[in-house]
Design a protein around this ligand. Structure first.
Ligand code: GDP
Length: 515
């Protein structure tokens, strides 16, 4: 059940460690993951048909197993951690022997330390003439990683991903590190785990890879994952086999989701469908509430103040929406809303993006502009900033009503507001194996930051709202990209992108409560 009952010590069985590979760009993370995968004795028997599902398991000749997360780099690792998921037991830090510690190596060390995950160092590219493993060991010392050779407890293994050298030695080091942690799980219970990858696929629906943490997942099980639920229709492992059961540390691709969950979501098997619907529904409402309160301290704040002081008799609004049906629904909803003192007055409502004349009108009447699935054009944005006219964007009618109700009663003030940070234009769309669609972009205004929220606009109409996946300049993951620079972006669980689409980036910032 949900909430997770405790396991008895006698039910605990050793489980394979889960490993994430991190390190500086080009030091060989991808090559090493490919090389390690090839050491699997089981895939070898089956003819080596492998599937990319976001993680894979290797079985060694000794029978020992290791699970590798197949997305190198600390982006995925951090994204999962920020959602509260701890899937990694050990970090393999890849350092090229001919290059040494580089900026992203240091970042990876920091991420591993923040997550309190032990590090095993793979000194890679030992086949190269300039390889100097002792320099690497020396440099690690500067970052508080004291290697075994210098009396510390950090294991290093000299490898070559290219020549497939010492891979078993690296696996043994991982297992040794795992032994210290005494990793165990109870396989005899309802499954719990973490979503490590999820996407919509044509003809298959939502598919997600789940890494089981404890228990055993079976076909037919009913589950909740984040705000979504489903019933396991089929399971496919990383070797392409359809399987009936998956135990601890086993990564499986699952079919049967009702919606698409997110990487890092908790996955829990529940007793029945009613329970699954109830939990998912509750979480969806919670999430909506958190997102609904998108406010700024402009027009709205002044209105709050006036309404509280009993000075305002009406709340004027200008409404722009994507389709006539939405315009009518919002006008209908808002015109009915009134308290004894205050009512909503719709000054203007129409289909289409927000333009300068909407802002001028709102300015004159101190009105709030509501954009429902539409955005302001650049001129209107500029004008609204200059004139202090507030524009509020929505995508759910319920949210519009809730926000306006708050304004009318002057009671509940928002605790989060949306902060615009930048725009980027998609100049080209690339299809990249393992990654999916990547947008080649130009930042046209402000700044794009790693981890920000995004909206995709096509002709000023919102077609998607979600999270930024990766942010890259050339091959490098970067923290931010400024106006006038090009970058590559991907979007979490979303890839319907086109040349000419506009990406709006924003952050949610907390507003200090005023009591
Ligand atoms: P990543 O950016 O860390 O994932 O690095 P890649 O796996 O893409 O490797 C970057 C480059 O280094 C590629 O050209 C690889 O062929 C090369 N490379 C990776 N491992 C080795 C190795 O062990 N020896 C040599 N000589 N080259 C390697």
């Amino acid at each position: 059940g949900l909430g997770g009952s405790e396991d008895k010590p006698e039910d605990m069985v050793s489980r394979p460690p889960v490993v994430t590979v991190m390190g500086h760009v080009d030091h060989g993370k991808t090559s090493l993951l490919d090389a390690l995968r090839a050491t699997d004795v089981v895939a070898g028997e089956a003819g080596g048909i492998t599937q990319h599902i976001g993680a894979y398991q290797v079985q060694m000749a000794s029978g020992d197993k290791i699970t590798f997360i197949d997305t190198p780099g600390h982006e995925a690792f951090t994204a999962m951690r920020s959602r509260g998921a701890k899937v990694t037991d050990i970090v393999v830090l890849v350092v090229a022997a001919d290059d040494g510690i580089m900026p992203q190596t240091v970042e990876a060390i920091r991420h591993a330390r923040a997550a309190e995950v032990p590090v095993v160092v793979a000194i890679n590219k030992m086949d190269k003439p300039g390889a100097d493993p002792n320099r690497v060991r020396q440099e690690l010392l500067n970052h508080e990683l004291v290697v075994e050779e210098m009396g510390g407890d950090v294991l290093t293994v000299e490898v070559s991903a290219k020549q497939r050298l010492n891979l078993e030695k690296l696996e043994e080091a991982i297992l040794l590190q795992a032994e210290i942690q005494d990793l165990k799980a109870n396989p005899e219970r309802e499954a719990e785990g973490t979503v490590i990858e999820a996407k919509m696929e044509k003809g298959r629906g939502s598919v997600a890879t789940v890494l089981i943490r404890r228990g055993t997942l079976k076909v037919g099980d009913i589950f909740v994952a984040g705000t979504e639920w489903g019933r396991v229709r089929a399971m496919i492992d990383d070797r392409g086999n359809r399987i009936e059961e998956a135990g601890p540390a086993y990564p499986v691709e699952i079919l049967g989701f009702q919606g698409t969950p997110q990487a890092g979501d908790d996955f829990v098997v529940v007793d029945d469908e009613a329970k699954a619907r109830e939990v998912a529904g509750y979480r969806q409402r919670k999430e909506r509430e958190a997102l609904a309160v998108k406010s700024a301290r402009g027009t709205m704040e002044q209105m709050f103040a006036k309404i509280k002081a009993g000075e305002a008799k009406e709340l004027p609004v200008v409404i722009k929406a994507d389709v006539q049906g939405s315009v009518e629904a919002i006008v209908g909803t808002l015109e009915k809303m009134a308290t004894e003192e205050v009512k909503v007055r719709v000054l203007h409502s129409a289909v289409g993006g927000i333009n300068e004349s909407d802002i001028t009108l709102a300015k004159a009447s101190e009105a709030l502009v509501i954009g429902f699935n539409v955005r302001a054009n650049p001129q209107a944005r500029e004008l609204s900033r200059r004139d202090g006219v507030e524009i509020r964007y929505y995508s759910i009618i319920y949210d519009v009503a809730e926000d306006i109700k708050r304004a009318l009663t002057g009671l509940l003030e928002p605790t989060f507001r949306e902060k615009f940070i930048g725009y980027a234009e998609i100049r080209q769309v690339y299809n990249i194996t393992r990654v999916g669609k990547v947008a080649g972009c130009m930042v046209t205004e402000g700044i794009i930051k790693r981890g920000c929220k995004v909206r995709l606009l096509r002709d000023n109409v919102v077609i998607h709202e979600g999270d930024l996946g990766q942010l890259k300049r050339f091959k490098d993951d970067v923290r931010e990209v400024r106006e006038g620079f090009e970058c590559g972006m991907s979007f979490a669980n979303y890839d319907d992108i086109k040349e000419g689409d506009l990406i709006e980036c924003f952050e949610m910032e907390e507003i200090a409560a005023e009591l």
